[in-house]
Structures are given as structure tokens and as C-alpha cells.
Design a protein around this ligand. Sequence first.
Ligand SMILES: Nc1ncnc2c1ncn2[C@@H]1O[C@H](COP(=O)(O)OP(=O)(O)OP(=O)(O)O)[C@@H](O)[C@H]1O
Ligand SMILES: [Mg+2]
Length: 275
Amino acid sequence: MFNWLKRKSQAKPGNGRYKHGNDHLIELRQVVKTYEGAAGKFIALQNVDLNVNPGEFVAVIGKSGSGKSTLINMITGIDRPTSGSVLVGDTAVHTLSEGQIAVWRGKNVGVVFQFFQLLPTLTVIENVMLPMDFCDMWSMAEREERAMHLLELVDMTEHAFKLPTAVSGGQQQRVAIARALANDPPIIVADEPTGNLDSVTADAIFSLFAELVAGGKTILMVTHDMDLAKRASRTVVLVDGEIYKGRRTKSGLQAVLDEQKQQGAANLSLEGGHV
Ligand SMILES: Nc1ncnc2c1ncn2[C@@H]1O[C@H](COP(=O)(O)OP(=O)(O)OP(=O)(O)O)[C@@H](O)[C@H]1O
Ligand SMILES: [Mg+2]
């Protein structure tokens, strides 16, 4: 079913390393992000080192304000680190100009934003076709057919010609997921992709992601849903802008998890160290 989605091999270059000496598809090295505000300097990310291999499905969890969106915005190039480096494949993302980042992202990273960010004046199908128009990787004839296929994957074909305001929040989220797949990017970065979905639809989206990973894609997914996080291949926990490196025991993570539980995560289990 997903063969048509596949475009290229995720294999590393012949010497086993990417162009900037990175061994991993995604490598964040000592990434710091600070914001200057009225109240002074705020450190949103502190010395973050993160490695992700091709084909991994990484869940990013942490309480609200812990830096999850900031972290994934570094990887997509939507935001820049104050210091440190962000290497994705052969690209040093932190060194690119705004224009270069937009072109690079369009081809390499599908982004599902926390608040959808569909263009309100375009129909659902036009929103899905927009990244294809921008990157010009598919013929005009292919674009609409491809967009319809993608809408089918997220069960939205019957709404294809409506404006985003005419569909529900959960449906907009599904359109945003279809749009993220438009150019068949090797990497998908999703910020709370199931946050607005009922549990059945959330489960279907998670299964779609799992199939995409099985087909060779690499996915980072921010989630508050501990049940979904536990089904990813790895979980990264953020605490106050730092990657939690302590023991993954009940006591070590209790504060993080208690907060998440309050935010709606059900049936929390710390068994097996996979949190
Ligand atoms: N543009 C900005 N200017 C100032 N501070 C910011 C900015 N963006 C984020 N922050 C701060 O950085 C911290 C991390 O924010 P971030 O959005 O990454 O959190 P999050 O873990 O994604 O939270 P949530 O679960 O609520 O989405 C927060 O304290 C936030 O207030
Ligand atoms: Mg966020």
C-alpha cells in the first residue's frame, strides 16, 4: 500500500558518515536556545545532544514549556539555535539562509505543526498540493492525484474541496498530516499530531506513522499521550530544556509524568523502562 510513497533509500553514504562527519541521520550537538524577553534571558534548550538513526520512530515527551516544540523547530530549521549545531543528513541546517532552509525543508522534512497552520483561503486539497507546487518535484497531473491519495490515507477525501474552516479541528489535523507527506520526505516531524483527535482516529494516525516508519521513514513525534509514546521505538524526555538522562525509574520521572497525567495521559505505566 505504501510502495508508491517510497522514493529513495535512507542508507548512509559509502564511507558510513554524512558530509559533516555526523554518523546519524539527525545529530544535534550542544544545542542551546535562549529567548530574550522583558523578564530577561530565558533558556529554552540547554546543551541538547540528540542522535536519531534512519528508520527510528522517536516520541518526544515532557511537560508543557519543557522545550519540545523548540527542540523540533531546531530540526526543521523553523527556528535557529543560539549555539550548537543541527546536522540532518548531509545538511548543516543551522548554517543555511532562510531561503535555503525553506527549499531544503520542502524536500526533506514533512512538518505537522502543533496548531495545523493550514492556509485558510485554500481548499483542503490545495493545502496538500502546496508543498508540491513549491518544490516542483511532481508533474501538474501527478499533484492532484497524489494529494487525493494522501487525503485517502487520512480519510479526508470527502472533504477535499472544502475550506479548512469548514472542517473540524481533528480533520484539519489530518489534512496537516497529509500535507506533511506531500513531497514524500524521508523525515517527518510532528508536534502533537494526535492532540486534537479522538482515541480511535489517534490510533489510526499512529498506525499510519508506524507503517511509514516500516517503509523507511524517520519520525519524531511530540506527544502528551503516554500510551502512544510507549509504542514508539524510543522516547526522549525533556525536562526544563534538557534531555533527561537520569534513570528511567518511577522516582526519577515522577514529576514529569505526574504533570503529563494531569494533562490527560491515561493508564500510565513505568514498566520496562520505556517512558
Ligand atoms: N518566541 C519565544 N519567545 C520567548 N520565549 C519562548 C518563545 N518560544 C518559546 N518560548 C519559551 O520556551 C519554553 C519552551 O517552549 P516550547 O514551546 O518549546 O514548550 P513545549 O514543551 O512545546 O510546550 P507545550 O507542551 O505547551 O507545547 C517555554 O517556557 C516558552 O514560554
Ligand atoms: Mg509545544
